[in-house]
Ligand binder design. Structure first.
Ligand code: GAR
Length: 210
């Protein structure tokens, strides 16, 4: 059972509004790093000009940006992202609305410690448009999944899931907002438990003590 150092050091990766990041920051502020079991030590992004980075700056946190376009190859970008993240010595890395697939270098360094949150009930509707795809399919229940990242697209071992009902009047944005209400709570709960209790991953099974 891997039990991260307490409080665990979190690096959070974002690409957009960063409300999941904010939920983690709020939980640390509410309970204190020792009470929550973790603290955010840096925030990384794949683009500039996003609210997620502004939230980090408001919280006085170091930030870094690794843009794919600034690197000759995707592999060089992956190496740069790995080094920029590693510089903050994270125990856990949280991909919270980070809209890039990390590569083999990142996984070699952070595999088994990289947590992603996805706005659908995996293995249904992986990828960048989980909410839209679920809505178009016509499912009546969707939700969110917090999982460890492996080398597939949203295929890694599942840590926790929660369902959200689809309403007849939903459009993508309304449904996504209701999913995010649930997702923020689930992500905070999962990250706190992983940090405080430790965990094991055996094949596809993730075990976190109660
Ligand atoms: C979240 O719903 C997250 O699951 C999703 O982006 C949103 C980010 O919201 N991620 C993906 O779709 C990844 N495939 P936030 O920036 O407000 O935290």
């Amino acid at each position: 059972m891997a039990a991260p150092a307490s409080p665990a050091r979190l690096v959070v990766l974002v690409s957009g509004s960063g409300t999941n990041l904010q939920a983690l920051l709020d939980a640390v502020a509410e309970h204190g790093p020792a009470g929550f079991g973790a603290e955010v030590v840096a925030v990384g992004a794949d683009r500039t000009g996003i609210t997620g980075l502004e939230r980090a700056e408001r919280a006085g946190l170091p930030t870094f940006v690794c843009r794919v376009g600034d690197h000759a190859t995707r592999e060089e970008w992956d190496r740069a992202l790995t080094e920029a993240t590693a510089a903050h010595r994270p125990d856990l890395v949280v991909s919270a609305g980070f809209m890039k697939i990390v590569g083999k270098h990142f996984l070699a360094r952070f595999g088994g410690r990289l947590v992603n949150t996805h706005p659908a009930l995996l293995p249904s509707f992986p990828g960048a448009h989980g909410v839209r795809d679920a809505l178009h399919y016509g499912v009546k229940l969707t939700g969110c999944t917090v999982h460890f990242v492996d080398d597939g697209v949203d295929t890694g071992p599942i840590i926790a899931q929660e369902a959200v009902e689809v309403r007849a009047e939903d459009d993508e944005s309304a449904l996504h907002e209701r999913i995010k209400d649930v997702e923020r709570r689930l992500l905070v709960d999962v990250v706190g438990r992983l940090a405080r209790e430790g965990y094991s991953i055996e094949g596809r099974k993730v075990r976190v003590p109660a």
